[in-house]
Design a protein around this ligand. Sequence first.
Ligand code: PHE
Length: 453
Amino acid sequence: MTNLNKEQDRGQWGSKLGFILAAAGSAVGLGNLWKFPYVAGKNGGGAFVLVYIIILFLVGFTLMLAEITLGRHTQVSAIGAYRKIRKKWAWVGALGVLAGFLILSFYSVVGGWVLSYLFKALTGALHVTDAEVLGNMFGGLISSTGTPIIFHAIFMVLNLIIVFGGISGGIEKASKIMMPALFVMIILLALRSVTLPGASEGLKFLFVPDFSVITPTVILDALGQVFFSLSLGMGCMITYGSYLSKDTDIIQSAIAIPVLDTAVALLAGIATLPAVFAFGFEPAAGPGLMFVTLPAVFSQMPLGGLFAVIFFLLVLFAALTSSISLLEVCVAYVVDEWKWKRAKATITMTIIIFLVGIPASLSFGVWEHIKIIGERGFFDTYDFIASNVLLPLGGLLLCIFVGWIWGTDRAVKEATNDGQREFSLASVWVFLIKYLGPLAIGAVFIRSIMAAF
Ligand code: PHE
């Protein structure tokens, strides 16, 4: 009886497809649409893409399977999962919750910018061809006080509404509608971009690797991007895996999710970079690529106004399916650990994350002068602590935990549903999780810390 009640409070995915779409929804986000094209642009295009894909195969799949397996085995969210197997490791799960909490605080600020740009696109305010005017428009938005905070609040309320609905009724349902829509929209945009005159330059840039530009920095940047983009290292996939029933084929899911995530990242690159080339912009333009360059590109295209609306709607969907997973990690912690009701947990977490996000928003305006770590303001400090410290550390510890503490025999047993499922690459996976994973991730972590000082 108590078990049953507990099960109902936690919830479960309605179907395997629902789980895959929700998990892919978590993975596909601003990391793919906003970050991937500009990081690839900055790191020489094709070379970065090649290294990204190699790392995806070696580390991405490995950690994805490890997190989902750990979650499904323990049927609790991150902290409980570690604790259930080795009491002393619970703090690793707590690090993940902290990372999720921090990421959502600034992610929601960017989500707010996206919302605001969707409105701009709808009213035609983005129909400007001059990149400088668009740059000022973007600068004006993020440096003002009230507007970005209001949009940050609206973005958090959208999260609240979805996560409030629970696992199958809220997150799964939303993902089932938003993810297919997202695929259709990004394919449409990619098609528009590659049919522009001069687009082939962009495709060449993206897909023909220049091996001479592969440096350690490119490799380490790609590794970091794999991490962030796949939502790994903070227990998000442990939590999503904990809502899986024992008969789900998790090996298949652990393959499908990175494949979908990478498909969207590449499509985002295809939608962005050829257009950037076709209109003579710089591929290495950086974080402004999405908010400044792309609207300029849209304005110069036939039906550009329509494509701008489609694009920002797509970015909003992608950001939302990621942010709800971040909120869910925090909510699951409170539901599992403090035994709170889901409703109370969701509302409380939403309010706290909104409040913590306010300084991040203000750090582009009135609080620009406040520096926390080095030259970083609130926004960059949250990002730095979460993405550069907590995620790599979490991933490293996950490898050690699954490889050496829980044990790969037990992990393989869970992953294969007690040997019922074929897992021909099990020995490769064991090698990756025990040796290559910790080494590679350790390298990123050390570099991140060194780069900070
Ligand atoms: N993967 C998401 C993105 O690419 C971000 C994210 C990171 C979500 C960690 C959840 C956990 O935007």
